[in-house]
Design a protein around this ligand. Structure first.
Ligand code: ATP
Ligand code: MG
Length: 398
């Protein structure tokens, strides 16, 4: 049988093929299953011998084989091409189809991949998979053992199939990105609750251990004073003096607890000067401070301040550093806080594994950063010092 068209025989079979492609695409299957089924279908319904579907991994700029006619399906995810490599790479880089009728090896675009046994196949057609808005999603190839001329109509049919697949794949990836964001939002909500819980517990602890204890003693001394006031005025006066001390102490504790919620220095001085005063208050030998004015909302300022506080505490507790630098800068649409030291350093990966309860230390810093939509990285290695870097996107800026 001589095939002059890619479809089985006529326009009806083209429609059949497209119909079955749409059926597969709309079945809501996993991406790899879809790609494999379409490859099988194309081999089954067209007069070609193998079909390869390479999908574009955008961040890495690589094409990866994801579906292929058996036995080549075993190489799915194992064969990768750079954009520009081989015929598929050329098609991807130029967003244009390519047809090779024979003598592939003479074509400068051709790249021999031993696993795919190019020597067994004579003719090929390759089309880009492009979405309606024009985004490249991958490349679809068919090969034949016998020599054949792929016509314009063949290439058009293949391009139509490739376009349908591109749309479905784009939808699937949008859908999974949406699901990821939704999951992230849920995690954030959970973290907010946990962080709130932790802070409430801390505050409850401060009130219980500090303030209530003092008020209990205070009322004890006042009772003693009341009992003694008639019979022993000197002792009563002593009791009242003790009560006054305790009242003053409770007041201090209350101020501290409130300061724990939002450092009052932020309201008085603003973020830059608060960080400078924070750096001066830490008993470290040499802290260089370099800040600029920023315009973050209050909750973001509090988070930046708390993160700086914990990072400096860590330098004090763990680093044995000689020089410490705190920098607050604005760059590329973000406010950046950087605290670096030349101390002993540590292995952040190992530390992350044995992370403690939420709300404290590095994990707590990380969570505060995430809640702002920012990122916190701790760059360190034993013997190499530590750089803690916080990026708060400017979208958080007023
Ligand atoms: N600047 C630093 N230099 C050296 N080691 C550090 C530095 N910052 C953190 N580390 C290491 O990372 C570990 C984790 O820090 P993290 O702040 O999470 O906990 P912690 O300081 O030990 O306890 P917590 O902050 O809860 O009181 C520390 O125990 C320390 O080993
Ligand atoms: Mg710490």
């Amino acid at each position: 049988m001589i095939h002059s068209r890619l479809g089985l025989a006529d326009a009806d079979s083209d429609a059949q093929l497209l119909h079955r492609v749409i059926e597969i695409l709309s079945a809501g299957l996993d991406l790899d299953v879809v790609v494999q089924r379409v490859a099988d279908l194309i081999t089954e319904t067209t007069s070609t011998d193998v079909c390869f579907v390479h999908l574009l991994d955008k961040p890495r700029g690589r094409l990866q084989l994801r579906g292929a006619t058996p036995p080549f399906d075993q190489f799915a995810r194992h064969i990768e091409l750079s954009l520009g490599d081989g015929v598929s790479g050329w098609v991807a880089a130029h967003c244009a189809p390519a047809v090779i009728t024979d003598n592939k090896r003479a074509d400068p675009r051709y790249l021999y991949i031993p696993e795919l046994r190019g020597e067994d196949f004579t003719s090929m057609a390759s089309v880009p998979m492009i979405t309606r808005p024009g985004d490249l999603v991958g490349v679809l190839n068919v090969h034949t053992r016998d020599r054949r001329e792929f016509t314009q109509a063949d290439v058009e049919l293949l391009s139509t199939v490739a376009g349908l697949m591109a749309g479905a794949i784009e939808n699937a990836s949008l859908h999974s990105r949406l699901a990821e964001r939704e999951e992230a939002m849920e995690r954030f909500a959970e973290q907010i609750v946990l962080l709130g819980e932790t802070e409430r517990r801390q505050l409850a602890g401060e009130i219980h251990d500090g303030i209530s204890q003092r008020i209990v003693s205070l009322s004890f001394h006042l009772s003693a004073a009341a009992d003694a006031v008639a019979s022993d005025p000197v002792s009563a006066a002593e009791q009242i003096a003790r009560a006054q001390e305790l009242a003053a102490g409770a007041l201090d504790e209350t101020r501290l607890a409130i300061a724990g919620l939002r450092p009052p220095v932020l309201d008085d001085l603003g973020l830059a000067a608060s960080l400078e005063s924070l750096a001066r208050s830490i008993p470290l030998p040499d802290v260089a401070v370099d800040t600029v004015m920023t315009n973050l909302p209050e909750h973001a300022e509090t988070a930046v301040y708390r993160i700086a506080q914990e990072a400096l505490q860590n330098v004090l507790k763990h680093a044995s550093a000689e020089h410490v630098q705190l920098r607050l800068s604005v760059a590329a649409g973000a406010v950046v806080l950087e605290i670096s030291d030349d101390g002993v350093g540590f292995d952040p990966a190992a530390t992350a594994e044995r992370a403690g309860p939420v709300g404290y230390g590095l994990p707590g810093m990380q969570q505060r950063a995430e809640l702002l939509g920012g990122q916190l990285t701790a760059d360190s290695a034993p013997g190499r010092g530590t750089v803690v870097r916080l990026r708060v996107p400017v979208s958080a800026e007023r």
